[in-house]
Write a protein that binds this ligand. Structure first.
Ligand code: ARG
Length: 412
């Protein structure tokens, strides 16, 4: 039988897919579980896949690569989709597509598969990633081709002698990895309804957070977080610790109505404590180390970058161009940021950077001021030249009498 590599999560859809791909489509299925963190099915992945009839199971711990090469570059770029979503799921998909293609090569497989439905963004990210990296691979999407209700899936598996002790069905559709958690569906589909407490798992409700704030300090090198509270730590450790301390303080809840690539507006509940803290801190470090023009253009390009990531175009020349620009912007984004986590908020309370453009001798109103206030007069005279000329040549004649009186009439 031809071999197929399936991106396997351990959930209903992909477990059913193993059987369906084997029985209905005639494949030998290799279940590839890509661990990008936080999956609660992780302990049962191997036993479930084998029970469902996989030829073999492979588990790849991709947490470190995910943060280092996907989430952290997006962080340094300030890429947040629609000013709300830190892109946890969107950033993981191209890595999964890449690993599917790699493993297919290693295993001599002619096809790959994923468990995405036909309504979301994830199918696009998988399909476009895979077909870009290896156009010869066949792509199968069992859930999109043959959507089964959960009960039908369980019956289908039972019919084939597979009885898996599934836990209780949660009320939402969840996707999670170390960069964030998303919840959709169920009562969340009513955008007027406040999300019920069970929609959240990583973060405490504000009323359950500690009365005392927690202070943390994050160190960045060229835009990438490298230390937490003065000790050097790897990406996984930094993000896990920030998810914990942020979650305890109720930081990182996002309730957003989002535009999917396929044209649907969708109500999403995200929890991303580490991402929210790291973006907040990073932005404040940039405010110290980038010029106002750099900040302005970078913000514009970050929007483009977030859309490119969201829309599944990770493996593109456009991305390479943007990544080169973003890396260049981070040359001096090195330093430390102190934050206060309290009652659902992450607030920057201090920042310092060797390449800081903030100059206290210029900013101060106290003794030691080096700024020449008398020079402001000439500067303003030249700065205001354009509006004075325009007012005299074009505007004053059109203004009502009352306003003309208030306008400058002298020589420009
Ligand atoms: N709306 C988010 C995105 O498109 C999260 C998707 C979650 N995926 C899922 N299969 N439930 O990136």
């Amino acid at each position: 039988m031809p071999k197929l590599v399936l991106s396997y999560s351990g959930g209903h859809d992909t477990t059913t897919a193993i059987k369906w791909l084997t029985v209905e489509q005639g494949y030998d299925v290799i279940a590839l579980n890509i661990d990008v963190g936080k999956s609660r099915e992780q302990p049962v992945v191997e036993s479930r896949a084998m029970a469902a009839g996989a030829l073999k199971v492979r588990v790849i711990d991709a947490k470190e690569d995910f943060l280092r090469y996907f989430a952290f570059p997006a962080l340094a770029a300030g890429a947040v989709y629609q000013d709300a979503y830190p892109l946890a799921t969107a950033l993981a998909r191209p890595l999964m597509a890449k690993l599917l293609v790699d493993v297919a090569k290693e295993e001599g497989a002619t096809a790959v598969a994923h468990g995405c439905t036909g309504k979301g963004n994830d199918q696009v990210r998988f399909d476009v990633g895979i077909m870009t990296l290896d156009p010869a691979l066949e792509i199968v999407a069992p859930t999109r081709e043959n959507a089964m209700a959960r009960e039908t899936q369980i019956d289908y598996l039972k019919k084939h002698g597979i009885d898996i002790p599934w836990g209780a069905k949660g009320p939402f559709s969840i996707d999670e990895n170390i960069w964030g958690r998303s919840a959709e569906a169920g009562v969340l589909e009513d955008p007027w309804q406040e999300p019920p407490p069970e929609a959240y798992e990583w973060t405490r409700a504000v009323e359950d957070t500690p009365a005392e704030p927690t202070y943390i300090e994050i160190g960045y090198e060229h835009g990438m977080p490298t230390t937490l509270d003065h000790s050097t730590a790897g990406p996984v450790e930094i993000v896990e610790r920030l998810n914990d301390v942020g979650g305890i303080n109720g930081v990182g809840r996002i309730d957003h109505v989002e535009d999917r690539l396929v044209g649907i507006k969708s109500r999403e509940i995200y929890e991303s404590p580490a991402a929210v803290i790291l973006h907040t801190a990073h932005r404040s470090l940039e405010a110290m180390t980038l010029s106002k023009q750099q900040i302005k253009l970078k913000k514009h390009i970050a929007t483009e970058y977030a859309e490119l990531i969201y829309n599944g175009l990770w493996f593109s020349a456009h991305h390479q161009d943007i990544a080169a620009y973003m890396a260049s912007t981070q040359r001096h984004v090195t330093g430390a940021v102190r934050l206060r986590l309290h009652r659902g908020q992450a607030v920057v309370v201090g920042r310092s950077a060797p390449g800081s453009l903030y100059d206290r001798a210029l900013a101060t109103y106290d003794r030691g001021d080096t700024y020449d206030q008398s020079a402001a007069v000439g500067f303003i005279n030249i700065w205001g030249l354009q509006t004075r000329v325009q007012a005299r040549k074009q505007l004053l004649s059109q203004l009502p009498e009352a306003l003309k009186i208030a306008m400058p009439q002298g020589d420009a």
